[in-house]
Write a protein that binds this ligand. Structure first.
Ligand SMILES: N[C@@H](CCC(=O)N[C@@H](CS)C(=O)NCC(=O)O)C(=O)O
Length: 312
């Protein structure tokens, strides 16, 4: 794994020395929007989505693409689950340029790019550049920018819930979505312990909330739920063991487990979950955490069982 420095690929692991053993995530480098009349206008077939099926951030974009009926309009290319010395690579050369590595797309977009080469990437085939590589923003775009094209007006970010959603997103991001990474990539005992404790405090709190409410913000599924879902679905098969998030299993939280099952069973969502890629990616790619590359057998809870959430 590595990063681009002024357009040159450099093979290096996360630098935790300069941060006292803590993993600090870099901000995404491409942050444009899609809007009618703008530089990037909504259009069928113009945009291409690059994802890893293992990645929880990319997973959000796949879910929104599915739920918003964008599949016929935005094609997807999936990277190989193993992220090794060249970073993300394509099992087959990718369809637009025949590239073998994700970093080639980044330097195609910006020849002197400096930063991490991450998925998801929303690519514009017209301007031949990256529109956006921040999943939180890509799902916002998918939620509304193409409605005129698809006629799909289901809204996962209603105006009246925006403020509450931003608040819960912040907590879920810091302590859960990114929390598992902070625990897993820590290289100092105390930093790991703090991240792990904050993660389980947040899960305990969410368990209480979801005992009362069907979804994070009440009766309606929102982006906040899909953002939490992609971490929960990876929890027992990967984060519990690989990232040492093992004070409890997700299976030990009855409300979170039922909630996870309900979201998994939402029409179209199970098709976006690929446990083979999820397990292969983490256990095989993180040399410093699992040098033997043995992939454990456990699959986590059966998500197809009844969720029993109707009465919430
Ligand atoms: N802020 C980004 C983060 C995406 C991200 O970190 N993706 C991971 C995969 S799960 C990645 O591509 N990592 C490669 C790297 O850090 O070099 C987003 O949410 O879109």
């Amino acid at each position: 794994m590595g990063r681009l420095v002024e357009g040159r690929w450099v093979d290096q692991w996360y630098d935790t020395k300069s941060t006292g053993g803590a993993f600090k995530r870099e901000d995404a480098g491409f942050r444009d929007r899609i809007e009618a009349g703008g530089r990037f206008a909504p259009d069928s077939g113009r945009y291409h989505l690059y994802v890893s099926l293992a990645c929880p951030w990319a997973h959000r974009t796949l879910i929104l693409r599915k739920l918003k009926g964008l599949a016929p309009h935005i094609a997807v290319t999936v990277v190989h689950p193993h992220m090794l010395d060249q970073g993300w690579t394509f099992a087959e050369p990718e369809p637009l340029y025949g590239y073998q590595h994700m970093h080639q797309l980044y330097t195609h977009a910006r020849a002197d790019y400096t930063g991490r080469v991450t998925v998801p990437v929303l690519w514009d085939t017209q301007e031949q550049t990256i529109v956006n590589n921040e999943s939180a923003e890509i799902i916002e775009l998918f939620n509304s920018a193409f409605d005129g094209l698809t006629g799909n007006t289901s809204n996962f970010a209603p105006a009246g819930l925006r403020e509450a959603m931003a608040e819960i997103n912040q907590l879920v991001y810091d302590d859960v979505n990114n929390g598992v990474y902070k625990a897993g990539f820590a290289t100092e005992q105390s930093v790991y312990e703090q991240a792990c404790r904050s993660l389980f405090e947040a899960l305990d709190w969410l368990e209480g909330l979801l005992a009362q409410r069907r979804y994070l913000l009440g009766e309606q599924v929102t982006l906040a739920d899909w953002r939490l879902f992609t971490t929960l679905v990876r929890f027992d098969p990967v984060y519990h063991g690989h990232f040492k998030c093992n004070l409890k299993r997700l299976e030990d939280y009855p409300s979170l487990l039922g909630y996870l099952r309900e979201l998994y069973q939402w029409p179209g969502v199970a098709d976006t979950v690929n446990f083979q890629h999820i397990k292969q990616h983490y256990y095989y790619s993180h040399d410093t955490i699992n040098p033997t590359r043995i992939v454990p057998l456990g699959m986590g809870p059966d998500l197809t069982l009844p969720h029993r959430r109707e009465t919430r």
